[in-house]
Ligand binder design. Structure first.
Ligand code: NAD
Ligand code: ZN
Ligand code: ZN
Length: 389
């Protein structure tokens, strides 16, 4: 089959690789009809995520048709059209039983490596490094090991509407839930990429009075406004000053960091230090946005972090966090906990996730699309790849 493979920092290519096989009785083989490139894939492209190996297949936002099933898979039939969560979860362990699917204790065969850097290992993830399981991803024609979590999609729901149940719609939704929004709250969202876009719309669905969205890319700010947010262009305004001005000097009730470890800083001193440290391997993450969110959040408020961080961060304003009594909530998304209720919202017409797609493309175009998405060229916000095109 053809698959998008990682070959090192800045180097992804479509290669011919062996077809997947059923390896475990709970596996399924799925013929991918659509898959997407995510901001998390950019952390791999840019070499931030440790334990990637040349030839690894990327892709964790996937949907397709079931073509083969292991003997123990009872919830699916060959021919079913399914969306696959990016989190691989057993459904049975202590964590899965509590709905903490991204913390599954059983699906990372390389748990020892992950535990060394994090204390304990989270779940295995599709297409996301050896330390997180070494699973092949789905920017390929087939997706192996899809044993739990895929949900069947009704005919009435199109691929572009269903696909994002695999990650970014649940991720934006869980980010808004983690923000602990109460009626009429003001919520600030850093990052108007796909995750930020779903966080904005989810916050409003949960009753936020105002959402203030922060980015510098004009078409992303425009999409945030179309979704009901006010915006701040961080290349033109001081974000902290602007947030304080717009909230009577109190600060937003909740702050969502939908940017993660590659935040740009526009000359801010802390961001320059982060960049130098990341470039010289003295620190792994650039946490300018997280610092700004903690400093801006109102006393007693909540900081929700869907943005991905990978390692050790420098100069976290712990004093502000503690003295202002803030709550921090974060995590890889417990995707399986959200797929069915959010599919229901799509079926009922409460949201049409296809609004975020700007660039449909073929799998063979994936390397060029990765670069466009990274560089935010050509108005790209979300790329959907179709192996059949
Ligand atoms: N928690 C999860 O399970 C999960 C799932 C999917 C994605 N993610 C993470 O969410 C983050 C966002 O993903 P995405 O697909 O939207 O990525 P993206 O790269 O398309 O979007 C990030 C946005 O942040 C903006 N940005 C950069 N610096 C900023 C700053 N200082 N202030 C405000 N905005 C700034 C960029 O201009 C860009 O529009 C990534 O870190 C990704 O890894 C997490
Ligand atoms: Zn993703
Ligand atoms: Zn489990």
């Amino acid at each position: 089959m053809r698959a998008l493979c990682w070959h090192g920092k800045g180097d992804v290519r479509v290669d011919t690789v062996p077809d997947p096989k059923i390896e475990h009785p709970r596996d399924a083989v799925i013929k991918i009809t659509a898959c997407a490139i995510c901001g998390s894939d950019l952390h791999l492209l840019d070499g931030y995520q440790p334990t990637m190996e040349s030839g690894d297949i990327l892709g964790h936002e996937n949907m397709g048709e079931v073509v083969e099933l292991g003997t123990e898979v009872t919830n699916l039939k060959v021919g079913d059209r399914v969306v696959v969560p990016f989190t691989i979860s057993c459904g049975q362990c202590w964590f899965c039983q509590k709905g903490l699917f991204s913390c599954c204790d059983r699906t990372n065969p390389n748990a020892k490596i992950a535990a060394k850097s994090m204390g304990q290992s989270p779940a295995g993830l599709f297409g996301f490094s050896h330390m997180l399981g070494g699973y092949s991803g789905g920017q390929a024609e087939y997706l192996p090991m899809a044993d739990i979590g895929p949900i069947k999609i009704p005919e009435s729901v199109k691929d572009e509407q269903a696909l994002f149940l695999s990650d970014i719609f649940p991720t934006g939704y869980m980010a808004a839930e983690n923000a602990q929004i109460k009626n009429d709250d003001t919520v600030a969202v850093w990052g108007c990429g796909p995750v930020g876009q779903f966080a904005i719309r989810s916050a409003l669905m949960m009753g936020a009075g105002r959402v203030i969205a922060i980015d510098e890319v004009p078409e992303r700010l425009a999409m945030a406004e179309a979704g009901g947010a006010e915006t701040v262009d961080f290349s033109k305004f001081d974000v902290y000053d602007e947030l304080m001005k717009r909230t009577n000097n109190r600060g937003p009730d909740s702050c969502i960091d939908a940017v993660g470890c590659e935040a740009s800083g526009h000359g801010a001193a802390d961001a320059i230090v982060d960049k130098v440290k990341a470039a010289t391997f003295l620190a792994t993450d650039r946490i300018h946005v997280l610092r700004q969110a903690i400093m801006s959040c109102r006393k007693g408020g909540t900081v929700s972090i869907p943005g991905v961080y990978v390692g050790m961060a420098d100069k976290v304003p712990l004093g502000a966090l503690m003295n202002k009594g803030l709550t921090i909530k974060t995590g890889q998304t417990h995707v399986q906990a959200y797929t069915k209720p959010l599919l229901q919202k799509i079926v009922e017409g409460k949201i049409d996730p296809s609004f975020v797609v700007t660039h449909p493309a073929s799998l063979e175009d994936a390397p060029a699309m990765y670069k466009k998405f990274r560089d935010k060229d050509d108005g790209v916000i979300k790329v959907v790849l179709r192996p059949a095109l």
